[in-house]
Design a protein around this ligand. Structure first.
Ligand SMILES: [Zn+2]
Length: 298
């Protein structure tokens, strides 16, 4: 009799506990989720809401939308009415609504493949990449060619595969120090003037060659400025991304990269990023603001 009573009490206790658990669960579901959504929609003051509406509420769709730039987005939209919202936000985030070499900062991604260098992001005077190594295969022989070790290994794989396919690709320029770039840029300014020099040469500290992740290539037959006309160029366009390289300054992207088209200039970013950029026909600048910058804390 006693035993039976105890058993009954245990069952009642268990059922009660289950009921309490279930109702707590329902309560959390109801009160946790629904109101927070409502809150989100009423987050901004009316004035900001109206501005967001002009951009079709990018804050809901694009995680690289930056509320601090809202007025810049709107004025860029005004002067570029044919651009879609995604491009407006991307370009303002790159800094393209500012003049070149204004509002510049030093990259927070030194010594990583995420390292973007352009006319708004520099490397600084003192930056020398860690892990620079000499490349002595697939290069012109009269120059010292240095790359970051990971980029060197990737390039040698690329070069050997190209050779297997019947093509010659060699590096004629790679890492350049700050001082070397300073001298190079000054020579161009002296002969062509600053405005012209800025279209094809980087100011010291702003050259991608200072990253040690960049190569200028030729096919050992024609001058590098004619690389575009070669079969090696076609091979590079089809295959470079498989080895982690991208054509960094493509044709018709001058307004985004800030540089004239350079068929010979490739940048190592790693296979995943290179493949995405290749498949989506975007520049590294665009990739950076969409996928790298907003991740923060790397
Ligand atoms: Zn170059």
């Amino acid at each position: 009799m006693k035993k039976r009573k105890l058993k009954k009490a245990v069952i009642v206790y268990l059922v009660l506990m289950m009921l309490i658990g279930a109702s707590v669960f329902v309560f959390v579901q109801k009160n946790g989720k629904v109101p927070s959504n409502e809150k989100e929609e009423e987050k901004y003051p009316k004035e900001i809401e109206e501005k967001l509406a002009k951009l079709n509420h990018p804050e809901k769709e694009l995680n690289y939308f930056n509320l601090n730039y809202l007025d810049r987005y709107l004025s860029y939209q005004k002067s570029n009415p044919s651009l879609n919202v995604e491009d407006i936000i991307t370009r303002v985030n790159i800094g393209l609504d500012n003049k070149y070499y204004t509002n510049t900062s030093v990259s927070p991604y030194l010594n990583t493949n995420y390292l973007l260098v352009n006319k708004y992001i520099s490397l600084g005077e003192d930056y020398i990449p860690d892990d620079l190594v000499t490349v002595d295969d697939c290069v012109v022989t009269y120059k010292k060619i240095e790359l970051v070790s990971e980029a060197k290994d990737a390039f040698l794989k690329l070069c050997h595969k190209a050779k297997e396919d019947g093509f010659t690709i060699r590096v004629m320029s790679s890492y350049r120090s700050y001082d070397y770039q300073k001298q190079l840029y000054q020579n161009y300014v002296d002969s062509d003037g600053m405005e012209e020099a800025d279209t094809y040469s980087a100011r010291p500290g702003f050259s991608e060659h200072q990253t040690g992740l960049t190569i200028d290539v030729d096919n050992a037959k024609v001058t590098y400025t004619d690389f575009e006309k070669t079969n090696e160029f076609k091979w590079m366009i089809e295959n470079a991304h498989r080895f982690g390289f991208i054509l960094r300054y493509p044709k018709d992207k001058e307004h985004i990269t800030g540089y004239s088209y350079e068929s010979w200039h490739y940048r190592y970013v790693g296979v995943d990023i290179a493949t995405y950029i290749h498949e989506h026909n975007i520049t590294f600048d665009e990739y950076y603001v969409r996928f790298i910058e907003n991740k923060m804390e790397y």
